[in-house]
Design a protein around this ligand. Structure first.
Ligand code: URP
Ligand code: ZN
Ligand code: ZN
Ligand code: ZN
Length: 467
């Protein structure tokens, strides 16, 4: 039986438009839009009407970088696919692209199957996968072609974490050459991990064991150097490149130079680099461990360059890199040795709100908010226009957003399965009120009405953002 919902009277915001329109949803998809108050809108009939007067009607967020229940640093990220996708929905995100992992000595297929098994039947919202390539060999390269064909169209490589995920320049070049041929997108963790490991060892030998030293040894110059090297390797291979979690202004400069040369080079940053800094890493009593992630938080002066990059489209995407570890029992593994603190921050629930606060603060426009958080990640990762916009035919992944509500971020009220908030006490204007995923209410006026297993695996096409 067909089900119809109409959302009336809101300001519909997409990456390209802002219009007062009623939105008709039929069988899980956007069926039509019509200017509110017109006969065309009046003719929309539905089983369910949602009043969005005074609210924004925006596409559900697309978070292109999450790590649910990821084994890392001797422990496992605290959000399961179930808890993490539920928290994402609370925060107005309706699609995640998580990272399946190939471990050294195993195939891509084994890694992908393992991640499907973790996610299937457990997600509140739709999900897709990137593939972390940790072992570039002839078999892996052949498998990359197969994965692209079945909808896993992006591959993360690491210039950091020697002995774990690390690839050397030759392995990176080979994977990039393969991506150039099969349409895949290489995503790069750009930090010179070999040099960083030397600095880690030297810092620990000097007795510098506190969390703040994590930020000091993972130098901005070593992010910039790796970013430069990744760009030139991609240029040699003739492949596009997406640099993940950009935090250093010097790395942004490398992206700007490459983009000015016309290269298909893209950059992602994350809320933690826009709102937090080395001041947090220096918090006393080991509290700084809560903010240990890689690339690391930078001194506050880097933030202006990141905001500028977002405005000028030298950075295209804001993802969370959601990789939560509890302070108690997980971050604490690194007491007395910052290099043992599991790397990663929680944030999947906070991204849409923090970026709305950026609109309120004047850093970006409303449409740019939707572009960096919904439309461009959908395009970048081959999900558009099914995801990331509100247009006839798109999945009805829609958020009713109250731009005037006030909230204070806190672990006491968030839904992520982690015992602290990186934004504890932060006042934010704006809040998610209602969330639909393929037309189904997941959050209904601040009540969770979703269920594990509603979210489905969503294969992707190749990157839709190339020059
Ligand atoms: O610290 C981080 N970013 N943890 C997640 C893994 C990664 O490198 O993205
Ligand atoms: Zn990374
Ligand atoms: Zn990550
Ligand atoms: Zn359902």
């Amino acid at each position: 039986m067909s089900s119809r919902t109409v959302i009336r009277g809101g300001l519909v915001i997409t990456a390209s438009d802002e219009i007062h329109a009623d939105v008709l949803i039929e069988d899980g998809r956007i069926a039509a839009l019509a200017a509110s108050g017109t006969p065309a809108a009046g003719a929309f009939t539905a089983d369910r009407e949602i009043d969005a007067t005074g609210k924004y009607v925006i596409p559900g967020g697309v978070d292109g970088h999450t790590h649910m229940q990821m084994p890392f640093g001797g422990t496992t990220a605290a959000d399961t696919f179930e808890t993490g996708t539920r928290a994402a929905a609370w925060g107005g995100t309706t699609t995640i692209v998580d990272f399946a992992i190939q471990s050294v000595g195993h195939t891509l297929r084994e890694g992908l199957d393992a991640w499907h098994a973790k996610a299937e039947g457990n997600c509140a919202i739709d999900y897709a996968f990137h593939m972390i390539v940790s072992d570039v060999n002839p078999g892996t390269l052949k498998e990359m072609d197969l994965l692209v064909e079945e909808g896993v169209t992006s591959f993360k490589q690491f210039m950091a974490y020697p002995g774990v995920f690390y690839s050397d320049d030759g392995q990176i070049l080979r994977a990039m050459q393969r991506a150039a041929g099969n349409g895949g997108l290489i995503m790069m963790h750009a930090e010179n991990g070999i040099a960083i490991d030397v600095l880690v060892e030297q810092a620990l030998a000097r007795g510098e064991t506190d969390p703040r030293h994590h930020g000091e040894v993972r130098k901005a110059l070593l992010e910039a150097e790796a970013t430069h090297r990744a760009i030139r390797l991609a240029q040699v291979a003739g492949a596009p490149l997406y640099v993940v979690h950009v935090s250093a202004q010097e790395a942004v400069a490398e992206l700007v130079r490459a983009r000015d040369e016309g290269l298909n080079v893209f950059g992602e940053t994350c809320p933690q680099y826009l709102f937090l800094s080395t001041d947090n890493l220096a918090e006393p009593d080991f509290e700084g461990a809560k903010y240990v992630c890689s690339t690391p938080l930078r001194p506050r002066e880097h933030q202006a360059r990141l905001w500028q990059g977002l405005r000028t489209n030298d950075l295209q995407v804001v993802s969370t890199d959601h990789c939560p570890f509890c302070f108690t029992g997980q971050k604490e593994l690194g007491r007395g040795d910052f290099s043992r603190i599991p790397n990663g921050l929680p944030g999947v629930e906070n991204r849409m709100d923090l970026l709305h606060q950026a609109v309120v603060d004047g850093h970006i426009s409303r449409r740019r908010w939707i572009e960096v958080a919904c439309a461009t990640p959908a395009r970048m990762f081959g999900l558009y226009p099914k995801k990331g916009t509100i247009t006839p035919g798109a999945d009805a992944d829609v958020v009713i957003y109250d731009p005037h509500a006030e909230q204070v971020m806190s672990a006491a009220t968030h839904h992520m399965n982690v015992d602290y908030s990186a934004y504890e006490g932060k006042h934010v204007t704006g809040r998610v009120e209602t969330v639909l995923s393929r037309g189904e209410l997941v959050i209904d006026r601040r009540e969770y009405t979703g269920h594990a297993g509603h979210g489905v695996y969503t294969p992707r096409s190749t990157c839709q953002y190339l020059n």
